[in-house]
Design a protein around this ligand. Structure first.
Ligand SMILES: [Fe+2]
Ligand SMILES: [Fe+2]
Length: 472
């Protein structure tokens, strides 16, 4: 069943042109030129999304928005605004549009392709794949593009799906890129295998502008893989690690758009599901050594370990995990305001001046998040407090004890633990031992949080606990 889209635009020819484009790519479309007609049509038919021109007349755009918010809350609204000035004309604030049910906003005239991406960004990937007609496989073509345009992924992380939604490239020894799969192609596993086995290609590439499509695909694949008992815990963790890192790079470079925030929540859900499957994760953690100094790897590891810690609490739930997960994924977003030479430097290695600048990243992070209405106050508070410590030696405010949110302490503990692990290139159990042997470290966190943290490394029978000789 085709996905239904309603296009409301004061210019009928524009509505018709967009409808024709969306119909060609598989959608069922309706058009109208007034807000009043739009409301009647929404009464009579269930639409997946509406593309609403704010300048529409006879029940103006804001009235249609109000109608959607009150009656059809599940409809995804993609709003097009001729110019930013029009928002003032209607007493609307850009930052508050999300709260009014708007999923994406385009100021000026977006391309049809941009609108398609916005619609698909909010669709369930399984639905897209089910409806994909599969148009075969295109020829390989050479792409004359520079390295900085591409994102690299391991060829083993590229899991087969029925169709690819973005162009996929390989890089030849000469440095040239060859497009081996075109967006819309049916997935050609043989072609990918041939490059892997015969040409010894280890990586595939896609364009940076396709990062959100990649994250959406991998979130979908991860969701399926997590419930598949044949897929190892290691593969699941690596899959989510790879997609989280690309996600965090996209956030840092492109900012937090509504679509990107939604994808972050899907990542947190996937991490929650991995952590909650009884899949011997603690065994994997003994050997875990897949880390680098990059901010994106750091943010993923903090999210992963914070989720592992929170699992040990009675108040653990999917909702708490999403708050914690989003805060952990974004906890160092303020570091994007740091000069490049110290952005990925460990604070343990900074001089005083660098350290003072680094300490501003908590408030800088909150300032960035304040521009996103769908980020909760709780997430912002955790980001602000993730370096506060109960003995008052933390920053930015030197808060003590119960004045620090417990979730902020969990992110803080995971953050410090990951720093130990990555800075010293040691495995999780060794980083844990190092922390526990440091008396000052133990004074920085509530005992019950440390206790739960220890349980993360305990297998159901307590075998690992005994072998590490850790007293809980
Ligand atoms: Fe931080
Ligand atoms: Fe951090």
């Amino acid at each position: 069943m085709a996905v239904k889209i309603l296009i409301i635009n004061h210019a009928l020819y524009l509505a018709k042109e967009l409808a024709s484009f969306l119909t060609k790519v598989g959608y069922e479309t309706d058009t109208c030129v007034t807000g009043k007609d739009a409301q009647i049509m929404m009464y009579n038919k269930k639409y997946f999304a509406i593309v609403l021109d704010l300048a529409v007349q006879d029940h103006p755009g804001p009235q249609v928005l109000k109608f959607v918010r009150q009656i059809h809350t599940s409809v995804k609204v993609i709003l097009t605004i001729p110019a930013e000035q029009n928002l003032q004309d209607y007493n609307l604030e850009k930052n508050l549009l999300e709260k009014q049910g708007v999923f994406d906003v385009f100021i000026g005239t977006p391309s049809f392709k941009d609108l398609q991406i916005a619609i698909e960004g909010h669709r369930d990937f399984g639905d897209i794949i089910k409806n994909e007609s599969g148009v075969g496989v295109s020829e390989e073509t050479e792409a004359n593009l520079h390295d900085e345009r591409f994102v690299q992924i391991s060829i083993d992380e590229f899991i087969s799906v029925r169709a690819v939604q973005f162009d996929v490239f390989v890089k030849l020894l000469s440095g040239k890129y060859i497009k081996i799969l075109h967006s819309g192609d049916t997935f050609d596993k043989e072609r990918v295998e041939k490059y892997k086995n015969e040409k010894k290609v280890e990586h595939l590439y896609f364009l940076k502008e396709d990062r959100t499509k990649f994250v959406r695909l991998q979130n979908f694949v991860a969701e399926k893989a997590i419930v598949n008992k044949k897929v190892s815990a290691k593969s699941k963790v690596n899959l989510v690690k790879g997609l989280s890192e690309i996600y965090i790079d996209a956030v840092y470079e492109e900012g937090l758009k509504p679509l990107i925030i939604e994808q972050g929540k899907a990542i947190c859900d996937n991490i929650y599901d991995i952590v909650h499957k009884k899949n011997d994760l603690h065994k994997l953690l003994r050997e875990y050594s897949s880390f680098s100094n990059s901010l994106s790897t750091h943010s993923y590891l903090v999210t992963f370990f914070a989720s592992m810690i929170i699992r040990q609490f009675e108040w653990d739930s999917k909702t708490t995990n999403e708050t914690l997960g989003m805060a952990a994924l974004l906890h160092d977003i303020g570091c994007t305001k740091l000069a490049e030479d110290i952005r990925e430097m460990s604070p343990f290695k900074m001089n005083e001046e660098q350290l003072n600048r680094y300490k501003l990243h908590c408030q800088d992070g909150v300032d960035i998040l304040n521009a996103c209405p769908s980020i909760s106050q709780m997430v912002k508070q955790i980001v602000l407090q993730h370096h506060e410590r109960i003995n008052g030696e933390g920053f930015p405010c030197g808060l003590k004890y119960e004045r620090i949110l417990e979730l902020a302490q969990v992110v803080g503990l995971a953050d410090e633990f990951v720093r130990h692990m990555v800075d010293n290139q040691i495995r999780p159990p060794d980083a844990l031992k190092k922390m526990l042997l440091d008396q000052n470290c133990l004074k920085r966190y509530n005992g019950f949080i440390i206790e739960r943290f220890l349980k993360v490394f305990t297998d159901p029978d307590g075998q690992l606990n005994r072998s590490l000789n850790i007293k809980v």
